[in-house]
Design a protein around this ligand. Structure first.
Ligand code: NAD
Length: 513
């Protein structure tokens, strides 16, 4: 195995290569202290060769109670609660600067944890840094509101206050970005955060704990509790002191957490799965569209909630466009996630590869034709890892199971269409509504189709572009609530309206004497 962590970036915190011994078990961050958690250990594996990056302790029930009780005290503590927004945002700016200094290391660590190519993990770290700075600025400039006067002599204003303890639960596919996207606005809103990362990718979360500790965040305001979702995650969200569940992950887990939140009457933000349609019109810029479609599905090896996994091509260009797609797909550079030029790395695990392959086999059973890929990759470069060939399937109807369920892998289904009505019917026929892509040179048509599509994010002549300034939300079973945006902090705050009587006019029923 090649050592990925560059010299100079190696610190005592660096993932150790080779065999795991007892003293390499990683401590977790509970109520401001680094401790071995009381739960069973878990291992982080490098998906490119399945070697063990690190063995990590996990939280026990006692650890969970300790962290949440400390969190509840910490956000209420006046020494933090009464700080000016500018003083709180200074801590967040410092955290962004620390991440900037550790950029190389954080990107490499994330690659070790989930096998994404370094170019992608660098982009994710950059996004996490930019998000932190954006939210810190937004906190500095967030105003309470003097509301419009409707009753003479009454001054009315609205203030925003912390919710309390927020549970942040995250998936493995883009941990640093999705974790920062929750932690930072929640902290900016004056809350404490308990982060439960995915089992496969705890290492980045633990690094984030070091970042915020070094930035001077008071003890207890942030804990990282590693472990299984069904055990550790479940106990965290059900804890009576947890006031919000901020979740990114699968629709089935999200639905379960919505039930938990409903029982407790607390709020949620749920960023869930997708099966996003991409539409290519006959007047699309051919080469740019081919490239965009390929990038939209196969980057991150298709392990992206927003992957453009259902492609609709106008019948007049279907054959040519499909030929070009196949050629380009066969030239995708799949391999070592650390090598320069790699476009697609391995899948996260063997289990996940098998699940992707089951869908491909199912497609054959449903009458589909595999026109590219359709198998795991073998050979010296691939045998140690979980590599799957980028795959294109034709010949299926939109209601086939493979066209309706999220595969979360490098699998694209392609369907021709002839008229707009059928196209929209098919594109919107999905339980999901996360994103969609439109490729056309006609901007009037593009905007008309964008309006008609049932999805929270629409890309026109581009795909998978993000901005922290732009809210991100799923329609239908892709989510509840939203993330990002300048006022994203308010999703982690309570609203309080205050009425101040400026004269001595009594209320009705007062004694007239
Ligand atoms: P998952 O739902 O299996 O797990 C997500 C997190 O939830 C993990 O930390 C897991 O441990 C935890 N969890 C599981 N059961 C739990 C429970 N009972 N109580 C509390 N926590 C629990 O999802 P995954 O496989 O890690 O991630 C892939 C999914 O995430 C895909 O469906 C993908 O579309 C979705 N995703 C969505 C977005 C978005 O922004 N909409 C972004 C990334 C990923």
């Amino acid at each position: 195995m090649k050592n990925t962590v560059k010299e100079g970036a190696v610190t005592e915190d660096t993932v150790k290569e080779g065999t795991v011994t007892e003293d390499t078990v990683k401590k977790i961050f509970i109520a401001g202290e680094w401790k071995l958690g009381g739960g069973a250990t878990i291992k982080s594996h490098y998906p490119a060769d399945h070697s063990v990056n690190a063995e990590i302790s996990t939280a026990s029930l006692d650890d969970i109670n300790e962290a949440i009780e400390a969190a509840d005290k910490a956000w209420r503590d006046p020494s933090w609660r009464d700080k000016l927004p500018s003083e709180k945002s200074a801590v967040l700016f410092k955290a962004a600067n620390i991440m900037e200094q550790k950029k190389q290391f954080l990107a490499e660590l994330q690659t070790r944890d989930n096998g994404k190519p370094l170019a992608e993990t660098f982009a994710l770290v950059s996004s996490a840094i930019a998000t932190t700075r954006y939210i810190a600025s937004s906190l500095e400039t967030l105003d309470n509101e003097l509301t419009n006067q409707r009753i003479k002599a009454l001054m009315t204003f609205t203030t925003y206050e912390p919710l309390g303890v927020v549970a942040a639960i995250t998936p493995w596919n883009s941990p640093i970005a999705s974790e920062i996207q929750k932690i930072v606005p929640a902290l900016a809103g004056g809350n404490a955060v308990i982060l439960k990362p995915a089992e496969a990718t705890s290492l980045i979360a633990l690094e984030l704990a070091k970042v915020f500790e070094k930035a001077g965040l008071p003890k207890g305001l942030f804990s990282v509790l590693t472990g299984k979702g069904s055990v550790v995650g479940e106990e965290i969200v059900k804890h009576p002191l947890v006031q919000k569940i901020s979740f990114t992950g699968s629709t089935s887990t999200g639905r379960h957490l919505a039930h938990v939140a409903a029982d407790k009457l607390i709020s949620t933000s749920l960023e869930l799965g997708g099966k996003s349609p991409t539409i290519v019109f006959e007047d699309a810029n051919f080469d740019i569209a081919v490239n965009g479609v390929i990038y939209g599905i196969f980057s991150s090896s298709g392990q992206a909630c927003i992957a453009g996994s259902r492609l609709f091509i106008h019948e007049s260009i279907y054959d040519d466009f499909l030929d070009a797609l196949i050629k380009k797909t066969e030239n995708i550079v799949v391999g070592d996630p650390e090598a320069e030029g790699t476009q697609m790395g391995p899948l996260i695990s063997e289990d996940h590869l098998n699940s992707v392959d089951r869908y491909v086999q199912m497609a054959k059973g449903e009458g589909g034709t595999i026109v590219a890929g359709g198998h795991r990759l073998t050979g010296e470069a691939y045998d140690k890892g979980s590599y799957y060939a980028p795959t294109i399937i034709t010949g299926l109807k939109n209601d086939a199971q493979v066209c309706q369920e999220e595969i979360f892998g490098p699998v694209l289904v392609v369907i021709p269409y002839s008229d707009e009505e059928t196209l929209l019917g098919h594109a919107n026929h999905s339980i999901y509504g996360l994103a969609a892509g439109i490729w056309t040179e006609d901007y009037r048509k593009a905007l008309h189709i964008a309006k008609a599509l049932e999805a929270g994010t629409i890309w026109i002549n581009t795909y998978k572009k993000f901005s922290i300034a732009t809210p991100f939300a799923g329609y239908k079973e892709s989510g509840v609530g939203k993330e990002k945006g300048r006022l994203g902090i308010l999703d982690y705050m309570l609203t309080k309206s205050i009425f101040l009587n400026l004269d001595e006019t009594p209320n009705p029923w007062s004694d007239p004497k």
